[in-house]
Design a protein around this ligand. Structure first.
Ligand code: NDP
Ligand code: 8X3
Length: 252
């Protein structure tokens, strides 16, 4: 089998674009997410267009038992994972802390923090056993700075930032690379999910400037995983030209 990559959150946005980029460059893929139909459709498309092997896995990263059992039940050939992209994640709501919806908070912490940990805990022993591999965690500029009404989402991405650093230290002696890609605003389904399906409000996030696209992030993830074996990008913060950080966007 070619280089084998497991991508979480491959039904949309960054994850889907990363799957396309990896498949176009000869990777075999395990693609995971909750929306089975989208996974099946993407798997069929990538198998047809790139003659690559693709295994779709319906998986809710918040479900610890499901994650553990699904990864443990992979056939031997699918256990030789070279690259794990921990991408599944979401923002839910954007309220001041005093008005926050606790269900939104739970959803973000369970997905962005616990979910990333559950998948990692199941996959890392497979990498350690082979003494090689690469974990790419999708963080955010929200993991670098805290902005108004970002409270819990920002906290969850700060956790990703810290977990990434911790992983890199612990996996150092095992030859496993650990990279964080921390994007600013990119137009995907992210804002629609954040604003609970309000398309108008979601669209307004990108008014007056050119945000990044999912394929931009896919380029960077692919770049970070294609470097010579002695090189590891530790942390890569990336925004569109119009964005300086979480606070400053040049809207015309
Ligand atoms: P999308 O909403 O387009 O994609 C999110 C993906 O995560 C979907 O494939 C979704 O799949 C998956 N997902 C969500 N919850 C779960 C779950 N419980 N179990 C499994 N999969 C899940 O957003 P993006 O592509 O923009 O987001 C991808 C990552 O990038 C997230 O971690 C996000 O926080 C981060 N990010 C996004 C930025 C942006 O501006 N867009 C900027 C910085 C970081 P499904 O619903 O089928 O399960
Ligand atoms: C997503 C980018 O600016 O909405 O992580 O936090 S932002």
């Amino acid at each position: 089998m070619n280089k084998l990559s497991l991508i979480t959150g491959a039904t949309s946005g960054f994850g889907e674009a990363i799957a396309r980029k990896f498949a176009a460059n000869g990777h075999s893929l395990i693609i995971a997410g909750r929306r089975t139909e989208r996974l099946e459709a993407l798997a069929t498309e990538l198998r047809n267009s790139h003659s690559t092997q693709v295994l779709p896995l319906t998986l809710d990263v918040r479900d610890r038992d499901q994650v553990t059992q699904t990864i443990n039940a992979l056939g031997d050939e699918w256990k030789n994972i070279d690259v794990l992209v921990n991408n599944a994640g979401l923002a839910s709501g954007a309220n001041p802390i005093q008005d926050g919806d606790i269900d939104d908070w739970d959803k973000m912490i369970e997905t962005n923090v616990s979910g990333l940990l559950y998948v990692s805990r199941a996959v890392i022993p497979l990498l350690v056993k082979r003494g090689q591999g690469h974990i790419v965690n999708i963080g955010s500029t929200a993991g670098k700075e805290v902005y108004k009404n970002g409270n819990v989402y920002c906290a969850s991405k700060h956790a990703v930032d810290a977990i990434t650093k911790g992983m890199r230290i612990d996996l150092l002696e095992h030859g496993v690379k650990v990279t964080q890609i921390a994007p600013g605003a990119a137009e995907t389904e992210f804002s629609e999910v954040r604003f609970h399906g309000d398309k108008e409000k979601a669209k307004s996030v990108y008014n007056g400037y050119k945000p990044m696209e999912a394929k931009d992030i896919a380029e960077l993830v692919y770049y970070s995983t294609s470097l010579p074996s002695h090189l590891c990008i530790n942390d890569l913060v990336v925004t569109s030209l119009a964005q300086a950080n979480s606070f400053y966007i040049d809207r015309k």
